[in-house]
Design a protein around this ligand. Structure first.
Ligand SMILES: [Fe+2]
Length: 159
């Protein structure tokens, strides 16, 4: 579920980049408005859930396992949390303009901001996929995986 979400994040980062170019060359038509709304919904809802999955469900379990297995994970976990914070801050800057685009007011997207967000996501996802997820795959038991999955599903059921 976490890897699938990473793939969707990559797709939406790419959509954001494409939207920036589209606005420059074609303008803020209906397609741009729709794309903008889709991007906002994804980062507001799916990414918020994803960060919560990692910070509230996965990390506490892994930290506990790390302590018992004497594998120091605190640094990697701290880095992940500060990455999430920075990603949220960069996203808020872009979101305001995307909101205007979604309602038809023409607005340029800042390519530097987009590329900063995309690069930060790229680096953060690689870190998680090379450091945290292999550890989780190695140490988590079937029962723990089922509990994590159930917590993620429950999180998405709350409106
Ligand atoms: Fe992640």
């Amino acid at each position: 579920m976490i890897r699938a979400c990473h793939d969707r994040i990559r797709i939406h980062c790419h959509s954001l980049e494409r939207l920036g170019t589209y606005l420059e060359f074609i303008g803020c038509n209906e397609s741009a408005q729709r794309a903008s709304g889709d991007i906002i919904r994804f980062f507001d809802i799916a990414v918020r859930h994803h960060f919560a999955d990692e910070e509230q469900s996965l990390l506490p379990v892994l930290l506990e396992i790390g302590k018992k297995a004497r594998v120091p994970l605190d640094k990697a976990m701290g880095a992940l949390q500060s990455d999430h914070l920075e990603l949220n801050q960069t996203w808020s800057g872009l979101r305001a303009n995307l909101q205007k685009i979604s309602t038809g007011q023409f607005m340029h997207l800042d390519f530097l901001e987009i590329s900063h967000l995309n690069k930060k996501y790229h680096d953060c996802l690689i870190q998680e996929e090379t450091r945290i997820l292999p550890f989780a795959q190695h140490y988590l038991h079937r029962r723990q995986l089922d509990e994590l999955r159930a917590a993620m599903i429950a999180r998405r059921a709350i409106r």
